[in-house]
Every structure is written in C-alpha cells, then in structure tokens.
Design a protein around this ligand. Structure first.
Ligand code: ATP
Ligand code: MG
Length: 379
C-alpha cells in the first residue's frame, strides 16, 4: 500500500517509519516546490506529484498549512483523509471556532475581530486580559499578542495597524486562568470506529510544547470520559478519518477546547513507546482502511522535546526505557530537533528518570525538566 503525505518534516518521517513493518510505503510532498520526496532523507523521488497521487491508496497531511491549491488537487482524487474541510478547520481559527460552536463543544469565550475598533468591545465583554491570535498561519505561539492592561490598548492597536484583518481576522480570547493544559488524541476509522488515547498533560514554555506526560496524572474516570466525549463529538461531526489531536485547558472539572490539529501531534509522540500502537501507526491504519490498534498506555510515559540544541550526551540512552528520536535537521533557535521518550512503571520512577536525563542535557534548553521530575517523584 502507498500513502502520500503533504509535508516532509518529522511527522512524515515518523509515519514512514511506522509504515515499514506494515508494508505501507510512505512518500512525502515537499509543499514548497511540489516535489515528491523520501520522508527520511528528503531526496526527490523519480515521480511527478500527479503520478504519486494516482499511485497512492491514501493521501494525508502532516500539517494543516498546506497551500489550498494543493489541498484542492488532493481532494479531487477523493483519497484525501482527513477531508479538506477538516484540514482547513485546523488551519483557520475562525473556521475552528465556528465548528466548535456548531457541534456544541465548550471552548474559550472569544470574539472575531476584523477591525481594530472592535477591540474596545472585546475589553468590555471579555475582560481586560486578552489573547489575540491571528486566525491563520500561527503556530508555536507565533502570530499571538497578549493584553494584560487596558491602558496598553492604544499601543497594541498601533502594533497591529499593519495587519489586514479583513483578510486574516483576529480571534480574541479571554485569557484563562486554567489549572493545566491537556490534550486528547484519538483516531476514527473509515467505518466510524473510534479509539482514544489517555489524556496527556502538556508543559509549554514561551508558546512551545516542551514536555508531555501520559497518562496525565490525577485524571478521574469522569475527566477521561469527558475528553473522549469531546473527541467523539468532533470526529463524528467532521466525519473525520485518521488521527485528530484536541488541545484542552482544564479549569476545575471542566475541559475547554483550545485548538484542533487535524493530524498526528507532538503531544502524542509518547505513544511510540508508551502505548501498544503509536499514533503514527494508527493514523496509517485508519487512512488505509485497516483495523485500529490498541490505544491503552503501557504505564507512565514522558516525551521531552529537544528544542534548538543538538549537543548533548547520547549516554542518556543508558537510562532504562529511554529512546531518542532524531529528526535530522540543522540546528536553529526554537527549532524542534528531536524528542526523547521515557517509560516507567510508576510516576515516581518516571520522575527519577527525568531527573537523571537532566544530567545528560544542557538544562538551559530544557526549562521544564527539573520541576516536572520533582513533581512526579512526589506523586
Ligand atoms: P500550536 O503550535 O500548538 O498550534 P499555537 O501557537 O497555535 O500553538 P495556541 O495553542 O492557541 O497557539 O496557544 C499557545 C499557548 O498559549 C497555549 O498552549 C497556552 O499555553 C497559551 N494560551 C492560548 N490561549 C490561551 C487562553 N485563552 N488563555 C490562556 N492561555 C492561552
Ligand atoms: Mg496550541
């Protein structure tokens, strides 16, 4: 079987690796120049995009910001999974909010802003602590502005004056005092079967995910059931096929949806070693029409992103249950270079292992590691 992935980064690479034992050949599209490449070494393959589309059993995406003309061409083949509407929802916060409202899934109080004057109304209706998000082309905290003091509104308006809000509106959200950030990742098959992984707890720094722990600690049966209900409502509402990631804020016993990613997700990388079937394998199974695999966690697991750094001791592999996943990219500030997965029998043991890990890596690049190790050790 053959799967063509739009986007040729680490997610396509990990789908390729998951496809090998299944006999599924994964090719990637470099969307900057419409070439078909090997997802690992990124070398062009001797095939045109049109031929690759014809030859593929399924087309899918590794990121939502695929140029629309490519998505439309993919959709015409009737092999694109998830469908074009789902991908566009993930790429556009206005569409995303409309979907959340239409299926009745709780999310953060917000306004859509197409003129800077509307910000005054946002302040009076949402309060004076706001997050402004460009509705398109934002990721990892880019394309976002914060307002924490009404007196700074005029200054903010001046900073935003160059934006074309009619074309790319802002989604303005109330800044929440959430307890923590979680994500729920699941899969829906072509026949409508749904499987959901345990909730992951996600630790961010400067808008970027640094550490995920799964299953998240202190999750009641009700909270996991609530997350599964949200997942099911969204996946069924979109007639979704494949892996869908839903980022959540937990406020007390309530879950609010932050955003959707219509693809495999960084906060699901722990499934490579922490679950019976990885998110990458399950995504391929879904789009190829195969039965879905077990999503249970084998035990507590952590995923630690390696961001903007390439020199660290590979002796970290001496930690039992520790695996390195390297993406083969040149180093740049804030760039995701790879990740480390660690599994353990208990949260306390996971904390010990994270503490050991911190002695092998330059801690300035891993600002969340030390505290998380201590927290887990005392559970
Ligand atoms: P991603 O790379 O996950 O797509 P992103 O840049 O698209 O990230 P968001 O996930 O919307 O953007 O926001 C980034 C982070 O900012 C969140 O993980 C959260 O820590 C914080 N944040 C976003 N919205 C709110 C909010 N309404 N209240 C408080 N914090 C928020
Ligand atoms: Mg996010």
């Amino acid at each position: 079987m053959q799967v063509l992935v739009y986007g040729a980064g680490q997610l396509a690479q990990m789908m390729y690796l998951a496809g090998c034992p299944l006999g599924i050949d994964v090719q990637a599209v470099d969307v900057s120049n419409d070439t078909v490449v090997n997802p690992v070494n990124k070398q062009p393959l001797d095939i045109t995009l049109a031929h690759a589309i014809d030859a593929a059993d399924a087309l899918t995406v590794e990121f939502e910001h695929v140029p629309e003309r490519l998505l439309e061409e993919a959709a015409r083949s009737e092999k694109l999974m998830p469908g074009i509407e789902s991908v566009l929802v993930g790429a556009d916060r206005v569409r995303e909010k409309r979907l959340l409202e239409s299926v009745g899934v709780p999310n953060c109080a917000h306004r859509i802003v197409t003129q800077l004057d509307q910000l005054d109304e946002c302040l009076s209706s949402l309060g004076e602590r706001l997050i402004l998000k460009a509705s398109r082309d934002g990721y990892d905290g880019y394309g976002q502005w914060r307002l924490t003091d009404a007196a700074k509104l005029d200054e903010l308006k001046r900073n935003l004056s160059a934006l074309d809000l009619e074309t790319v509106p802002l989604v303005v959200e109330q800044m929440l005092n959430f307890d923590r950030e979680l994500s729920v990742i699941g899969i829906r098959s072509k026949s409508g079967e749904i499987k959901v992984y345990p909730l992951a707890e996600n630790l961010h720094h400067q808008g970027q995910l640094h550490v995920s722990v799964a299953p998240a600690t202190k999750v009641s049966e009700q909270l996991q059931a609530e997350a599964e209900k949200i997942f099911t409502t969204l996946a069924e509402g979109m007639e979704y096929v494949g892996v869908l990631a839903v980022e959540l804020f937990q406020c007390g016993d309530t879950l609010l949806v932050n955003e959707l990613a219509p693809r495999v997700h960084n906060s699901g990388h722990w499934t490579l070693t922490g679950s019976d079937t990885s998110q990458f394998e399950n995504h391929l199974r879904a789009v190829c029409g195969l039965p879905l695999g077990d999503t249970r966690a084998r035990g507590p697991a952590a995923m630690v992103n390696i961001i903007g750094c390439s020199s660290f001791s590979r002796d970290l592999l001496s930690i039992p249950g520790c695996h390195l996943h390297w993406y083969g990219k040149s180093v740049r500030e804030k760039r995701k270079m790879g990740h480390i997965n660690i599994t353990a029998q208990t949260y306390a043991e996971l904390g010990d292992k994270l503490q050991t890990l911190s002695s092998y890596v330059p801690v300035e690049f891993f600002p969340k590691l030390g505290n998380e190790a201590q927290r887990l050790k005392h559970i």
